[in-house]
Design a protein around this ligand. Structure first.
Ligand code: PLP
Length: 381
């Protein structure tokens, strides 16, 4: 049986060229970049080169990149770091109901500690409204954190408009760009964001490495204390090997983004056409034109997500619901709940397909055929 992986929003394989760069670095570099001898200096050079490439890729300056262990840590540093550094100016934070848990849970933790958080709703298309944001803004708002692309639906949020809106407000603007890196051309200046989180393992880089972009004049309360690394914003010997891999993954994206995007568009179109041709009943969650082409969230009426995923797995197809799994069962998606309300059956019958560079049109045809037989089975129970 042919196994087909369509869960790239969860994680991607490591690109061959990333593997090569990391293997080479593993063989030739082991110095601690903080050491002053030659071994250290060589590692420092690799670290500096990576920081330069990564900063340039989002139109930022070299010192604005703080390497972290991934998107989760970058979000935690942005949120706790801002809240505790600016609490004298207010204790109000604005976020959305559809953020990743790496944003929602830090916000909930801050609520336990005397901060007030407003969670903006979304409409059926999966987008927040800038008017709602304007209405929620207060004199004591110190942080607005809104994700760039939603990990379950692929829907883009109006980041440029929010940046514009906050231009003359004291609030710091953070965006979780974990699902946007690689699909969006990110320019932190044009977006007017102060903080931006990113992760390597969604763009064919290694796991356990990411960064927080921090505009020079923003101050954060650090979370990790220790040495002088990352200009003390995040102490700890840098993960140079993974940083080298992350750099290569970013270089590859920069050279191939348009190609990758048109491939994802083709896959998405093929899958939808094949499902229609097979006579499968479905609807897409999250509307065009705001959907990124690599994520497609589809509801299959009359099915149940857990049974569906198990059947797909048994038939060799790796996808996910996009929402959290607690004690072996899938929680109804908080993102779809925000879009449709808690009683809608789409919360319990939706699947996230997320495409990668190696997926083919042929695979999409096979997937549609296998889905057809599973849906027939599940709906005839
Ligand atoms: C939108 C979003 N934010 C944050 C994260 C967490 O990133 P990491 O896995 O690097 O900790 C993810 C991962 O799925 C994500 O999709």
């Amino acid at each position: 049986m042919k196994h087909i992986y369509i869960d790239h929003a969860a994680t991607t394989p490591i690109h061959e060229e990333v593997q090569q760069a990391m293997t080479e670095a593993m063989k030739t570099q082991f110095g601690n970049p903080s050491s002053i001898h030659q071994f250290g200096r060589e590692s420092r050079k690799q670290l500096d080169d990576a920081r330069t490439t990564i900063a340039k890729s989002i139109h930022a300056d070299f010192p604005s990149i703080i390497f972290t262990s991934g998107g989760t840590e970058a979000n935690n540093l942005a949120i706790f770091g801002t809240a505790y550094a600016y609490q004298e100016q207010g204790k109000h934070i604005i976020t959305t109901q559809i953020e990743h848990h790496a944003v929602l849970h830090p916000c909930e933790e801050l609520e336990e500690n005397g901060f007030e958080v407003s969670y903006l709703p979304v409409d059926e298309t999966g987008r927040i409204s800038v008017t709602d944001l304007k209405n929620a803004l207060r004199d004591d708002t110190i942080l607005v954190t809104v994700m760039m692309v939603n990990n379950e639906t692929g829907i883009r949020q109006p980041i440029e408009e929010i940046g514009q809106e906050l231009k003359d407000h004291q609030s710091i603007f953070h965006t979780d760009a974990v699902q946007a890196l690689g699909v969006e051309a990110i320019d932190v200046e044009a977006l007017q964001v102060d903080l931006l989180s990113a992760s390597s393992h969604k763009i064919y880089g290694p796991k356990g490495i990411g960064f927080l972009y921090k505009r020079e004049d923003i101050h954060l309360k650090q979370l990790v204390y220790g040495g002088e690394q990352e200009r003390k914003w995040r102490s700890g010997t840098e993960n140079t090997l993974s940083i080298v891999g992350f750099k290569r993954a970013i270089e590859l994206v920069l050279g191939e983004r348009e190609q990758r995007l048109s491939h994802y568009r083709l896959l998405s179109k093929t899958l939808l056409e094949e499902l229609t041709q097979q006579g499968v009943d479905f609807s897409v969650n999250g509307n065009e034109p705001y959907r990124t082409p690599n994520i497609l969230n589809i509801s299959f009426p009359g099915t149940d997500v857990e049974m569906f995923l198990t059947n797909l797995d048994l038939s060799g197809i790796a996808v996910s619901s996009g929402s959290a799994c607690t004690a072996g069962s899938i929680d109804p998606s908080h993102v779809l709940k925000a879009m449709y309300g808690s009683d809608d059956e789409r919360l319990r019958n939706s699947i996230r397909f997320s495409f990668g560079m190696d997926n083919t049109e042929e695979e999409m045809k096979l997937v549609a055929e296998r889905i057809k037989s599973i849906v027939d089975r599940l709906t005839n129970l």
